[in-house]
Ligand binder design. Structure first.
Ligand SMILES: *Cc1c(COP(=O)(O)O)cnc(C)c1O
Length: 345
């Protein structure tokens, strides 16, 4: 059975153009820095984020980990949101592997961190405290609903951080969704920060990989850490080739995913038993809950939807996240709405 798969944009398969580019990719040993396709991808990523250099890593998790380990020493503290992907979903790597202490600040509903809260979290110079080193932002913000933050906000946080001698790392797993949603280029959102990670393997449809971008000096350090983490790959140009196609052809079309998400949300609002989050979707994620009267749990609804050919994720007892992407067309949106109606009628 062919499923309509709305669990995540990570389920996207590479496009035919990507497979062709992969087959033809010129390769070399990237541990020696000799893979021309990897080098080209890294240069593209750096240019698109207005950074000096880029580093191809196997995942967004590795990109965030290498970045935070490059910026922070053992016992240093990183300020991040209490709903940050790095805090919730990266297996505690910054603490397990880097000895980095985290300080969680409440995420605002739009995924931002309030400047006052960041300010209050900065440790005074005192032998009792860890040393505050870094602020981590996330844009779009996954657990806050695929919400985005504006260039002005990013500039404000970075300006504030730099005044206090701190660095800013941006988890921009879906930075191009954030940019396209507000009609700006990604650079506007990444130029102010010290480092940024973004994923090629989500809405951009590449099969594997993320890029970490920052200054030359920072990337040299992160490169060393990538090796320590076992992330030095050899003829990785096969993978990077798909990433190049992703950056060349898949960025602007993300607007289509956002439009589909809006159509999906509009349709689901008409289904009795579902409550779509106010303001959802901001980008390609629709968050919704079961109305109180519905006698099923979210997990039970997930199972019933599956039998009707639609795969979705439950994010809590009564809540779902639906993510649109390249492989979801208008027909898939209609089928999903109809399936929910059938399950909940
Ligand atoms: C997916 C995601 C990551 C991690 O990416 P992986 O490639 O799955 O390791 C990091 N941050 C955010 C916000 C994400 O959505």
């Amino acid at each position: 059975m062919e499923f309509i798969d709305l669990r995540s944009d990570t389920v996207t398969h590479p496009t035919p153009q990507m497979r062709e580019a992969m087959a033809k990719a010129e390769v070399g040993d990237d541990v020696y820095g000799e893979d021309p396709t990897v080098n080209r991808l890294q240069e593209m990523g750096a240019a698109m984020t207005r950074k000096e250099a880029g580093l191809f890593v196997s995942s967004g998790t590795m990109g965030n980990l290498a970045a935070i380990l490059a910026h922070c020493g053992r016992g240093d503290e990183a300020i991040l949101g209490n709903k940050a992907h790095t805090f919730l979903f990266e297996a505690g790597g910054i603490s397990a592997l880097g000895g980095v202490h985290s300080c969680q600040v409440d995420n605002q509903p739009d995924g931002s961190l309030a400047i006052e809260d960041i300010e209050a979290a900065i440790r005074p110079d005192d032998a009792h405290h860890p040393v505050t080193r870094l602020i981590a932002l996330e844009n779009t913000h996954n657990r806050c609903g695929g919400t985005y933050q504006m260039p002005e906000y990013t500039r404000q946080v970075s300006g504030f951080a730099h005044q206090h001698g701190l660095v800013v790392h941006l988890d921009g797993a879906r930075i191009f969704n954030a940019a396209v949603a507000q009609g700006v280029v990604a650079k506007e959102l990444t130029a102010p920060v010290d480092s940024v990670t973004f994923c090629l393997s989500k809405g951009l449809c590449a099969p594997v990989g993320s890029l970490l971008c920052g200054s030359k000096e920072f990337i040299a350090k992160a490169h060393h850490i990538r090796k320590q983490l076992g992330g030095g790959m050899r003829q990785a140009g096969i993978l990077a080739a798909a990433g190049i196609v992703a950056l060349d052809t898949m960025v602007d079309r993300l607007a289509e995913d956002h439009a589909r998400a809006r159509n999906l949300a509009e349709g689901l609002k008409q289904v009795k038993g579902l409550v779509v989050d106010a303001g959802s979707p901001a980008t390609n994620m629709v968050f919704l809950s079961l109305a109180e009267a519905v006698p099923f749990t979210a997990e039970q609804v997930v199972e019933k939807m599956k039998t009707l050919g639609v795969r979705i994720s439950a994010v809590s007892e009564r809540r779902f996240r639906l993510v649109t992407h390249y492989w979801i067309e208008a027909e898939g949106v209609e089928k999903t709405i109809a399936a929910f109606r059938e399950v909940l009628q």
